[in-house]
Write a new protein. Structure first.
Length: 159
């Protein structure tokens, strides 16, 4: 009688290869919301909402303004990650100090959200009613749409 080990290894190899191929193909076939490689959505937004050159320039200016504001905000205050790590480095946990630092961080984030919302509202005012309605419908349907459009990832996030 022949050994069953080679047949078992062959079956295991085929199964693993099928899982690998399915993992590579599935996101493309299913139209996965988060493709494996990040793409800048500006081109697809221009086509989807029929934006003219002036509107695309306004959107580009909005993104640049938001990027500059984010960079300036990062320089002025410590990030959430740094605040938590600093609190964990202390020999004794100081809940009050961490709460105060988080409240200050939250206030700065709230100001930025208000500024971005105001700038986005001004951009939407420059669209036609049909474009604005389609834009808002897309933002309501796709939770990450505005984040991907307005906050392009830093170079570190593009891996």
């Amino acid at each position: 009688m022949r050994s069953k080990l080679p047949w078992f290894l062959l079956a295991a190899s085929v199964a693993l290869n099928l899982f690998f191929v399915a993992g590579v193909i599935y996101p493309h076939v299913a139209g996965h919301r988060h493709p494996p490689h990040w793409r800048d959505p500006m081109g697809s937004v221009a086509e989807e909402f029929s934006l003219d050159e002036r509107q695309m320039q306004a959107l580009g200016a909005l993104r640049d303004k938001i990027t500059q504001r984010r960079q300036a905000g990062r320089g002025e205050r410590d990030g959430f990650h740094k605040l938590i790590l600093d609190a964990l480095r202390q020999p004794a946990f100081d809940r009050g100090a961490l709460g105060l630092a988080l409240a200050q961080h939250r206030a700065g984030s709230s100001d930025m959200i208000l500024d971005v919302s105001e700038d986005l509202h001004a951009f939407l005012a420059g669209l036609t009613p049909e474009q604005k309605e389609a834009f808002l419908a897309r933002a309501a349907q796709d939770r990450d749409f505005l984040r991907r459009l307005l906050f392009p990832p830093s170079r570190r996030d593009k891996r």
